[in-house]
Design a protein. Structure first.
Length: 182
């Protein structure tokens, strides 16, 4: 009987390794990264249908931390996997709305290995816009692993965003998890 881990191999064109396990005469390969197509289902599973608990900005930070713990099959590169914290007036909705959210952006490659698009999974609160929220303006900030700032430091900065104090006592109109391809 043979059992053992016989190799950890770099996967061509990827920034992950493949674990190879042999049992008797069979071989199983276990990549340690999930397909980008699974990202929306994973994010949706994190909120378990009830939406995040607690004040919105700390809740978004915790969701982002948990979501980023899942690694996806993206190419090596600066913009291949990152997070965006943003808030501001949403001009595309039928009623005046302030949106505050976290986006995970994952690069998608075509069959030839060239850039095809970005998959963006949005974790988003929506609030009825009033004068106080409108006066908050808008803000957006990206984070990528190669930026030199550790994820925990960036999340700590986001958690102290002034919009958090403004929203802490308000009820959101809705919380959404959705996907876009850009």
């Amino acid at each position: 009987m043979t059992f053992g881990i016989f190799g950890v191999h770099p996967a061509p064109g990827k920034r992950y390794v493949e674990l190879v396990i042999r049992w008797h005469d069979s071989e199983v390969r276990l990549p340690d990264k999930r397909p980008v197509g699974d990202a929306l289902a994973i994010a949706t599973g994190l909120v378990a249908g009830a939406g995040p608990a607690g004040p919105p900005v700390p809740a978004l930070v915790e969701l982002a931390r948990r979501f980023f713990a899942t690694q996806f099959d993206v190419p090596a590169g600066q913009d291949a996997d990152g997070l965006l914290f943003q808030y501001g007036k949403a001009g595309w909705l039928s009623s005046p709305t302030l949106v505050v959210g976290m986006v995970r952006q994952l690069e998608v490659l075509d069959a030839a290995g060239a850039h095809e698009a970005y998959s963006q999974v949005q974790l988003e609160y929506r609030y009825d816009l009033d004068r106080d929220l409108e006066s908050a303006g808008g803000f957006s900030e990206w984070w990528f692993p190669d930026d030199g700032t550790p994820l925990e430091s960036w999340l700590d900065t986001v958690s102290r965003s002034p919009i958090g104090d403004l929203l802490a006592s308000r009820e959101p109109r809705e919380f959404l998890v959705w996907h876009d391809r850009v």
